[in-house]
Design a protein around this ligand. Structure first.
Ligand code: RM4
Ligand code: MN
Length: 393
C-alpha cells in the first residue's frame, strides 16, 4: 500500500484520535527479576509521583489518559485527593489491580488457600479494592491470582476451583453500577505444577458463572509459546467477554517487555481482530492496558515507546482493505486474503502518525520531544531520598 486514499486516511486518523491506552503505575517503579532489582535514579517515591510520570507519557503521546493502580503498592489515605491530583496533571485513575500475592500468608495461595482464615483475608483485600474503586470512580477491578500448586498431590484441584468461585462470587456481588470484574489468567509462575486460573477457558468459565460484568483479560505474555492469541481475542469478542488487555511482549514466558518489541506482527494480528469487531472505540468497553516492568531500561521512555507501538499496530490494522479481504475470503483466494492483510502490515504508518500528532497539537516525535524536555534529569534531581513505592527494592 503505497498511497493511502484520502477517505481511508480520514477514517484511520479519526479512529486513532479516539484510541485510549492505559499505563500501569508499577511500570514507573523499580522492578526486577528473581535475581536482582536494579535501582534507577528518579523513580517515583509514592503514587503521586507515579501519576506524574503517567501524565508525562500522556502529554507526549496524547492517547494515554488513564493510569492503572495496584493496591497495596499504591495505597493512600485519601483516594479522592489522588484522583484530584491526577486530574490536575491531565490524567485519570483507571483500573484497580488487586494484589494477593505478596504476603507470607499466601504461600499456599490466596483465595484458594486451604486455610479458611487466609481466604477471608484475601477476599477482604478484594473487597477493599472495590472500596478504592468507589473512591476513585474506577470502572474495573482486575484480578490476577498467583495461586496454584508446585507438586502433584499438594492440594485438591477441584476444591481450589470451588474456593476460587466462592471468592469471585463475593467480589462480584460487591460491585455496583457499571463496575466490572476483569479476570486475568496465566499459564504458570509462581506456581509450577498447577495454576488455578491458567488459561482463558478457565477464566471464561468463571466469568460465565458470575454474570455479564465479569470479563476476561488477556495478558499477552501469559500463554504457552506458539499460542494463537488473536484466536482467543476473536473468541472472547464473539462471546462478549473480552474485558481488556494487558499488553507487553515476551520472548520466553512472562517477560513483561515493551509492547510490540518482541512480536509486532502478533500485536497487529490482535488489533486486526479488534478493528474488525469495531471494538476499538472506548464505548465498546475494552480496556487497552499495558502491563510491563522495565528492569534495566529507562521507564517513562519505555512506556512512551510501548504506547507508540500499540498505536502503530492499530494504525496498520485500520488500514486493512476490508472489502478486498472479504472478497478474497469469500472466493476462497487464500493467498490474496493473506496478501491483503500483509499489505496493511507492511505499510509505513509513521508519516501518518506524525501528521496525526501534529493535528493533535503534539510533537510529531514523542520520544525525541520527551528526551529534549529534560524530564528525566529533573526527576532525578528532585526525587532524592525516601523509599521507592511498589514492587521492588
Ligand atoms: C502478574 C499479572 C498482573 C500484574 C502482576 C504485577 O503477572 O500480569 O496483571 O498485576 O503480574
Ligand atoms: Mn497482567
Amino acid at each position: 500500500m503505497t498511497d493511502i486514499a484520502p477517505a481511508t486516511r480520514a477514517r484511520v486518523m479519526s479512529a486513532l484520535r479516539g484510541q485510549r491506552i492505559e499505563t500501569p503505575s508499577w511500570a514507573y517503579g523499580n522492578s526486577g527479576t528473581r535475581f536482582k532489582v536494579f535501582r534507577q535514579e528518579g523513580v517515583p517515591r509514592d503514587p503521586y509521583e507515579k501519576i506524574a510520570d503517567a501524565a508525562t507519557v500522556h502529554r507526549f503521546t496524547g492517547v494515554a489518559p488513564t493510569v492503572a493502580l495496584h493496591i497495596p503498592w499504591d495505597r493512600v489515605d485519601d483516594y479522592a485527593a489522588l484522583a484530584a491530583y491526577a486530574r490536575e496533571q491531565g490524567v485519570q485513575l483507571g483500573t484497580i489491580n488487586a494484589n494477593v500475592f505478596q504476603d507470607d500468608d499466601y504461600r499456599l495461595g490466596s483465595v484458594t488457600n486451604p486455610d479458611h482464615d487466609v481466604r477471608r483475608k484475601a477476599i477482604g483485600h478484594l473487597l477493599e479494592c472495590v472500596d478504592v474503586m468507589d473512591a476513585t470512580g474506577s470502572r474495573d477491578l482486575k484480578l490476577w491470582f498467583s495461586d496454584g500448586t508446585n507438586y502433584p498431590g499438594q492440594d485438591s484441584m477441584r476444591q481450589r476451583q470451588d474456593r476460587l468461585a466462592a471468592a469471585l462470587r463475593e467480589s462480584y456481588g460487591r460491585l455496583t453500577g457499571d463496575q466490572r470484574l476483569l479476570l486475568e489468567y496465566k499459564l504458570f509462575e509462581p506456581a509450577f505444577y498447577t495454576t488455578d486460573v491458567p488459561d482463558w477457558g478457565t477464566a471464561y468459565a468463571h466469568c460465565l458463572e458470575l454474570g455479564e460484568r465479569a470479563q476476561v483479560v488477556i495478558d499477552t505474555g501469559h500463554h504457552a509459546p506458539g499460542t494463537n492469541v488473536e484466536f482467543i481475542v476473536a473468541f472472547l469478542l464473539r462471546a462478549g467477554r473480552l474485558g481488556g488487555f494487558d499488553f507487553n511482549s515476551r520472548f520466553y514466558a512472562d517477560d513483561d517487555l515493551m509492547a510490540g518489541a518482541a512480536n509486532p506482527f502478533e500485536l497487529f494480528r490482535i488489533m486486526h481482530e479488534i478493528v474488525q469487531a469495531d471494538a476499538l472505540r472506548p464505548e465498546y468497553g475494552i480496556a487497552f492496558m499495558l502491563d510491563q516492568c522495565h528492569n534495566i531500561e529507562p521507564k517513562v521512555e519505555a512506556v512512551i515507546r510501548s504506547v507508540l507501538n500499540v498505536q502503530e499496530a492499530t494504525a496498520k490494522a485500520l488500514l486493512v482493505d476490508v472489502e478486498a479481504l472479504v472478497a478474497a475470503q469469500r472466493s476462497g483466494d487464500v493467498l490474496e486474503a493473506n496478501a491483503v492483510l500483509m499489505d496493511a502490515y507492511h505499510t509505513d504508518v509513521r508519516p501518518l502518525l506524525r501528521d496525526l500528532r501534529a493535528e493533535m497539537g503534539l510533537d510529531p516525535d514523542p520520544v525525541g520531544a520527551y528526551r529534549r524536555s529534560g524530564y528525566l534529569d529533573r526527576v532525578r534531581a528532585e526525587r532524592v531520598g525516601g523509599e521507592q513505592a511498589g514492587w521492588g527494592a
